[in-house]
Ligand binder design. Structure first.
Ligand code: SF4
Length: 79
């Protein structure tokens, strides 16, 4: 996704240069994230976000990416 830099290189959507190549990602606060399923695929983001409303965070450490999918470069290099 243009403009989104991410260093989570074991994510399926991570690309060399620390680029996120997902079409869409879902970021929410940790409290909300804990109530949701583990992850939302990029294809699911549009439908879920319309039902969520706003979820403010106190600090940057209160936020997380719910589009993370295990399976990036580190996973692939391990076989
Ligand atoms: S989906 Fe989230 S965790 Fe995965 S590369 Fe993109 S921003 Fe990073």
């Amino acid at each position: 996704m243009p403009g989104v830099k991410c260093t989570i290189d074991n994510c399926h959507y991570w690309s060399p240069g620390n680029e996120c190549v997902a079409n869409q990602i879902l970021i929410t606060n940790d409290a909300t994230a804990a109530k949701l399923p583990d992850r939302y695929d990029a294809k699911q983001v549009e439908s879920i976000v319309s039902t969520m409303g706003e979820t403010p965070a106190g600090t940057c450490t209160d936020t997380c990416c719910k589009t993370f999918e295990h399976g990036g470069s580190k996973s692939k290099s391990k076989g």
